[in-house]
Design a protein around this ligand. Structure first.
Ligand code: SF4
Ligand code: SF4
Length: 375
């Protein structure tokens, strides 16, 4: 075991290999509050990469309803229970990671789902917590709640899939930090399936090898965002590059949301993998649930998000989500517009920070008709 620094835990931790960060790290932000669970992302991935034999139960991208939805079944609660107490002292994690909690002789604390755990990708969909009683009114904070959680491989800085593979078939690309699996080396031992706490490696029984999300690297190499990003109906996703905090840049959109404003947070940081997909946490969800899922910064992030529309930089940055199929490495705000810039600081696209709002009068006297304003 090596000692490596995990900034999401605020401390060093044990990992199978020494720290070796890529030249650039693939990063993404998902704004959970805007996801409508339309599953367009899921289908765009399915039709691109996993439409073949043996891939029937593979969802490199999936969207589940929390708190009762999972894919595969109980993927997170099973591990949360096995991990034991997950305590924080301020910004420092004082519990154990999946590497530190590994049983003797194993590299990771993992578990293996059954075949049937993959049988119901939409289990728990749209199920809310609590009981809706007669006469109940909408109050804040909401007594009943649910939210949609879109998930892909996190292309972790310290991947459990990679560290657990006895064949060294999984590697992190030095040029972009994308985690890929060499199927010519894979012998189908499925240690990666067992080890990945997010359950984002899938075994293909037709080929006898494991497969996983590749972040659409052929598109990334062309400067284009992955399929599930550019097809997202809710425009919840932004792909770019994330730096460690010491190298964070204010003009990098991912760094700005993750490090500068601490608005986008990792999923289950306590697992210890330093995942590189970040989430703007959902509003109207109890703090305790958010802290368990996104770490101790979650309540403050919700507060920042609630004020985001009054903050020109944040409002402008959110307006750039889904505005172009190109990767946005840099951005700036100019007047009433947010501008996406490429690596050479050339303009990719510009969008208004606040879109004009037109309210039509219900009655159109010229045509003598009543119209409904539905948008
Ligand atoms: Fe590997 Fe899972 Fe991390 Fe993806 S999310 S890099 S499959 S450990
Ligand atoms: Fe959510 Fe976007 Fe996927 Fe639709 S396409 S389910 S809005 S992440």
């Amino acid at each position: 075991m090596a000692r490596v620094f995990n900034w999401q835990l605020g401390r060093a931790m044990d990992y199978w290999y020494p720290e070796n960060r890529p030249k650039r790290q693939f990063g993404a932000v998902f704004d959970i509050n805007k996801c409508i669970a339309c599953q367009t992302c899921t289908l765009s991935c399915k039709t691109t990469w996993t439409s073949g034999r043996g891939q029937e139960f593979m969802f490199w991208n999936n969207v589940e309803t929390k708190p009762y939805g999972y894919y595969p079944l109980a993927w997170d609660v099973t591990l949360l229970e096995a991990l034991g107490a997950q305590t924080w002292d301020g910004a420092t994690y004082t519990g154990r990671t999946v590497f530190e909690a590994a049983p003797p002789g194993e590299r990771v604390l993992g578990w293996m789902p059954d075949g049937m755990d993959y049988a119901s990708p939409n289990i728990g969909e749209d199920e809310i917590t609590g009981q809706v009683d007669k006469g109940m009114a909408l109050t804040l904070p909401q007594q009943v709640w649910m939210f949609y959680l879109a998930r892909i491989c996190n292309h972790c800085t310290y991947p459990a899939c990679l560290s657990s593979c006895p064949r060294a078939s999984i590697y992190k690309r030095p040029e972009d930090g994308i985690v890929v699996l060499d199927q010519s080396r894979c012998r189908g031992y499925q240690e990666c399936v067992r080890a990945c706490p997010y359950k984002k490696v899938y075994f293909n029984p037709a080929t006898g090898t494991s497969e996983k999300c590749i972040a659409c690297f052929p598109k990334i190499e062309e400067g284009i965002q992955p399929q599930c990003f550019v097809n997202c109906i809710g425009k919840i996703r932004l792909q770019g590059w994330v730096n460690p905090p010491a190298r964070a840049r204010e003009d990098n959109p991912i760094d700005y949301l993750v490090h500068v404003r601490k608005l986008a947070l990792p999923l289950y940081p306590q697992f210890g993998l330093e995942p590189n997909v970040y989430y703007v946490p959902p509003v109207n969800v109890p703090d305790a649930f958010l802290v368990q899922m996104f770490g101790p910064d979650a309540p403050a992030a919700v507060k920042t998000y609630r004020n985001a529309r009054h903050d020109r930089t944040l409002a402008g940055l959110f307006a750039l989500f889904g505005s172009t199929e190109r990767t946005i490495p840099f951005f700036r705000i100019s007047g009433d517009e947010a501008i996406a810039l490429d690596d050479d600081r050339r303009e990719i696209v510009r969008v208004p920070i606040y879109e004009p709002l037109f309210i039509r009068p219900a009655e159109d006297p010229a045509r003598r008709i009543i119209r409904l304003n539905v948008t």
